[in-house]
Design a protein around this ligand. Structure first.
Ligand SMILES: NC(=O)C1=CN([C@@H]2O[C@H](COP(=O)(O)OP(=O)(O)OC[C@H]3O[C@@H](n4cnc5c(N)ncnc54)[C@H](O)[C@@H]3O)[C@@H](O)[C@H]2O)C=CC1
Ligand SMILES: O=C(O)/C=C/C=C(\O)C(=O)O
Length: 484
């Protein structure tokens, strides 16, 4: 048992409604000060199998539970999240270093909303009925079975509940494997589900390293769905495991999204949108990390951007006045710095930043903006997942679209323009799962969320989630032939 702030967090797995330990543990380190905050059970194939068995056992009864009862339980979980919002917020901040301010005001309320949204969506889920030559077609959404959910560290509970809530609403049972760098709120959620009255085995959590417990989980033959958010290399491992059993999978991966600023844009708005890309210390898959700015306004834009970025306060994420906290882990900071130093060596210029903020300790990376990076350079094409942006210029709309679509990713794109016609023309040609015009990060769970190209496979949100987590069935009934 660990104590984080004044919150008690269980470090064991949660399997079949019970705490289960493992012979080994791993150290969970806070990025705020490098202190070990928990010694977490380190699962492997045995724990993955136990959790899938527990979820398999719980499935038939949960699948038969009425929609109304499932929705009621999801709302009860949301109530529990809201009741423990402060605890969840401080534990998440201590564990992954993201801002307490954001967790209190935005992220944890969204966690509760995720459960409420999918509970209500379930109740509104139609039964599609239509006729074919007098025969009745009836489309229904049947629960699929056990879902293996593998989640990342950048928004641990928020991203996990995008998967957990629709899976439970659909009548599936769940085994969650949270990221080893930030596992603690998953453990708190397990308690909340039990307090809400969720039957044993419907929701399970196994902890540990991806290769040790995640890999056997996704390879398990009794898993009926795999949903993963994380990196492209891990997605390849998971897709290979899924292929062996032909398990349907949903992949939400990284991005290298463009933020395109046309000369006709409101430049103050464009600068604000650009500086927002440093949110969560740049650890957001949707971040528009490539600033593509029309040449005629590039100097003015850069000047205003630098002035605005200078106002950002970097420091302890528990301080509500902080704008940028630490990055998740020493290894990750080294990875970010590797990208930055290679970019400098390749001839790019850091207009701001360019290294760790040594005044604060090694895990705080200075917000960085590069100019002069070559179009085919690593820094322009690979996801850094840190507070590192590049600025490139373009002369024509055609060139802007070509640059925007030039990477192997296609998660999101943001446009700043004063012309509605231009917005329509450009949007139509962008390869991206989400396009924001003169705004950023406006999100609605009923909208499809996901990426094109190597940014993902499938979509989450609204009906897309139910289509994924259900076996959609069509029943065709002849008009006659009844006895009596
Ligand atoms: N939301 C996003 O799009 C995210 C993107 N990333 C990208 O990935 C990079 C590296 O971050 P990592 O933490 O290493 O991401 P990762 O993809 O390795 O980890 C994500 C999850 O996958 C699990 N995992 C790892 N190997 C596995 C395997 N063989 N089978 C099953 N599960 C496995 C991990 O334990 C974790 O829970 C980041 O720098 C960023 O570029 C990382 C996290 C989130
Ligand atoms: O908050 C959202 O709506 C989306 C968040 C997605 C990420 O932060 C991610 O996967 O990196």
């Amino acid at each position: 048992m660990a104590t984080v702030g004044d919150v008690t967090v269980q470090e064991d797995h949660w399997i079949g409604g019970e705490r289960v330990s493992s012979p080994a543990t791993f150290d969970d380190v806070s990025p705020i000060d490098g202190q070990v905050i928990a010694r977490v059970a380190r699962g492997g194939a045995k724990e993955a199998d136990e959790a899938v068995r527990a979820a398999t056992k719980a499935f038939p009864a949960w699948a038969r539970t009425s929609r109304e009862e499932r929705a009621r339980l999801l709302h009860a979980i949301a109530d529990g999240v809201e009741k423990r919002l402060d605890q969840l917020a401080i534990v998440e901040t201590t564990d992954n270093g993201a801002l307490l301010r954001s967790h209190l005001r935005g992220v944890m309320p969204r966690v509760a909303h995720n459960f409420r949204f999918f509970a209500d969506w379930l109740l509104g889920l139609g039964h599609d009925d239509f006729e074919t030559r007098g025969h009745r077609n009836h489309v229904s959404w049947d629960p699929a079975g056990v879902c293996a959910l593998i989640t990342p560290w950048n928004a641990p509970l928020m991203l996990a509940t995008w998967k957990i809530a629709p899976a439970l609403a659909a009548g599936d049972t769940v085994v969650l494997k949270p990221a080893e760098w930030s596992p603690l709120t998953a453990s708190l959620l397990a308690e909340i589900t039990a307090e809400a009255g969720l039957p044993d085995g419907v929701f399970n959590v196994v902890q540990g390293y991806g290769e040790e417990v995640g890999a056997p989980l996704v390879a398990h033959p009794d898993v009926r769905r795999i949903s993963f958010t994380g990196s492209v290399p891990t997605a390849r491992h998971i897709a290979r495991a899924a292929a062996a059993n032909l398990t349907p999978l949903s992949l939400e991966l990284g991005g290298k999204s463009p933020l395109i600023v046309f000369a006709d844009a409101d430049l103050d708005l464009a600068v604000n949108l650009a500086v927002e890309q440093y949110d969560n210390a740049g650890q957001v898959c949707l971040a528009g990390t490539r600033l593509l700015v029309e040449e005629s306004v590039a100097a003015e834009f850069t000047e205003r951007f630098v002035a605005k970025a200078a106002t950002l306060r970097q420091g302890d994420p528990r301080d509500l006045a902080t704008d940028i906290g630490p990055n998740i882990h020493r290894e990750h900071v080294e990875r970010i710095d590797g990208f930055v130093q290679r970019a400098i060596a390749a001839g790019a210029t850091p207009v701001i930043g360019g290294g760790p903020n040594t005044d604060l300790g090694g895990l705080y990376y200075r917000p960085t903006l590069f100019t002069g990076a070559a179009a085919d350079s690593e820094i322009v094409n690979e996801e850094v997942f840190g507070p590192v942006l590049t600025l490139q210029t373009f002369r024509t709309e055609e060139e802007a679209v070509e640059m925007a679509n030039s990477t192997r990713f296609g998660l999101a794109a943001t446009l700043a323009t004063g012309s509605r016609e231009r917005a329509d023309r450009v949007t139509e040609r962008l390869v991206a799962g989400t396009v924001w015009v003169n705004c950023f990060f406006v999100r609605d769970l009923q909208a499809p969320f996901g990426g094109a190209r190597q940014s993902g496979v499938g979509r989450e949100g609204g009906d897309w989630s139910f289509d994924f987590y259900c076996d959609v069935k069509n029943t065709v009934t002849a008009p006659g032939g009844w006895n009596g």
